[in-house]
Write a protein of this length. Structure first.
Length: 494
């Protein structure tokens, strides 16, 4: 624990949904839900307007639609979210060399290591300057927590939401934590919380009163001892600048169980290609290919194969995943497939499998493609294909609605030769509906087109802020060791 609140935790407010509202003027102030839109889709983020109806992250989209039927339901645009995240992380990097990203919208910063704060007053001022900078550069809001430890800084940012700042003064941790539920502490998930509840412990103060010996008896030495220290507010975990990824993976849940073996293999190969794209995007290679299969009865199987050396070759990963699939029984149907690569490295070795793939003749490749072409033509590679009634092993014909949903996902960007930039409100029955508006414009008009209209094409997202403020010289040096209240309006505890 530090004597000054110089650990900062930033959490962007309803990040995906807020980005969509900033990009789409007609959605500002309205309920927005971002996530999978199929029958088995899950909510990724809900705007604060949608949360008033009870919608929250990880909720099935079908349930969210029942709670908020008039909300806008959009497919995630990760290209936009990563761009905004990069802008935010660049601002954080100006505060300290020790920035620990936890996700696209969340990070810890060690202000003391960057020399930007050494007491409560300077920490509060830099926190307020950061919120102003994020708003100016991205158009979005973020909540800031400041404390003497990572655990308390994260709790503070959660309490400050939305669009606030909370500083926890050192020495007040015990009183702050006492009435809070045990779930507020790191490492306490639903199962642990239920275990503690059955033992009569629902608040952090209950953990303190129970004592370390009782917690160790209930949860084991390591977990029980750690939880007891955190209940007192003790957390000495440092901010770690590099959190090295251990794996790269992608997975898809299907609206209807897949039965056709050719279709399943096609999906596995498509996932393998997506996985390699992410792998290469991170500048990494991997040695072990992992296949994940969740069957019709929710049983989940994983199979892995370790190669002779790290690779980022899509053919190698695709063929390894296909070999792993051969060892899995998919007779009853498959609801989820995933492909991942572990054992990551920063280099690629020549691999015997890659060499063998490279030596495949053009005739062999053409023969393989010809054999798969009929199956691919009738088995779409989209994320939302379904199985027709009747023979479960029959090829799946792609409907016009499926083609439209794959080509025109709800919320994604389009460009029309006449009307300019817009976004997809919905598609189906051979039509796609588009609202033409841009970030910073007034709410735009809605028009409907055929899904094969030659003047309409997918487009890249536009910047949320067209002319962002230049923060290349930020932050200016701040006066240190000041006393007295800050004029920033931020909140302190207790």
């Amino acid at each position: 624990m530090r004597a000054a609140p110089t650990i900062l935790h930033l959490d962007m407010d309803a990040f995906y949904a807020s980005a969509e509202q900033a990009a789409k003027p007609s959605l500002r102030g309205k309920p927005v839900v971002v996530g999978g839109l199929g029958p088995r889709g899950v909510v990724a983020t809900a705007s604060y307007e949608a949360r008033r109806f009870g919608v929250h992250s990880a909720m099935p989209t079908a349930q969210a639609r029942r709670l908020a039927p008039n909300a806008a339901y959009l497919v995630p645009r990760f290209q936009l979210y990563r761009t905004v995240s990069d802008q935010v992380m660049q601002l954080l990097a100006r505060l300290s060399p020790l920035v620990e990203p936890l996700s696209l919208d969340e990070a810890f910063v060690d202000l003391e290591a960057g020399g930007t704060a050494d007491d409560a007053a300077s920490a509060r001022e830099i926190g307020e300057q950061l919120r102003t900078a994020i708003k100016a550069v991205t158009g979005l809001t973020g909540s800031v927590g400041l404390a003497g430890s990572k655990m308390l800084a994260k709790i503070a940012s959660e309490e400050a939401k939305p669009d606030g700042l909370l500083l926890i003064e050192p020495g007040t941790e015990r009183a702050l934590l006492a009435p809070m539920p045990v779930r507020i502490l790191p490492g306490v998930g639903p199962a642990t919380a239920d275990h503690l509840r059955r033992a009569g412990m629902t608040t952090v103060d209950d953990l303190v009163e129970a004592g370390e010996d009782e917690l160790v008896r209930l949860l084991g030495k390591a977990h029980g001892g750690s939880l007891h220290r955190m209940a007192f507010g003790y957390d000495d975990r440092p901010v770690v600048a590099e959190r090295d990824a251990k794996s790269v993976s992608v997975e898809d849940t299907f609206d209807a169980d897949l039965h056709d073996r050719v279709r399943i293999r096609t999906e596995v190969e498509r996932l393998a290609d997506r996985c390699v794209q992410r792998l290469r995007g991170a500048g990494r290679s991997g040695r072990t290919v992992v296949l994940k299969v969740r069957r019709y009865d929710f049983s989940t199987l994983t199979r892995s194969e370790t190669l002779r050396g790290p690779t980022d070759d899509p053919t190698v990963v695709r063929e390894a995943a296909a070999r792993l699939l051969e060892a899995v029984d998919t007779t009853g149907g498959v609801r989820l497939l995933g492909v991942g690569v572990t054992g990551l490295a920063d280099y690629t070795q020549e691999d015997l499998f890659a060499q063998a793939a490279g030596e495949r003749t053009a005739a062999e490749e053409a023969a393989r493609e010809a054999a798969e072409e009929p199956a691919q033509a009738s088995a779409p590679a989209g994320d939302d294909g379904g199985e027709p009634p009747g023979d479960p092993g029959a090829p799946v014909p792609e409907t016009a609605e499926q083609r439209a949903a794959r080509r025109w996902p709800a919320g994604h960007d389009v460009l029309h030769e006449t009307y300019g930039h817009g976004w997809v409100q919905g598609s189906g029955v051979g039509r796609v509906t588009v609202r033409f508006e841009e970030p910073g414009s007034t709410p735009g008009r809605v028009r409907t087109f055929r899904i094969d209209d030659p003047d309409l094409r997918p487009a890249d997202p536009l910047p949320l802020v067209r002319d962002p403020v230049d923060y290349s010289s930020w932050p200016a040096s701040l006066p240190k060791s000041r006393s007295g209240p800050s004029s920033s309006g931020g909140e302190s505890r207790p």
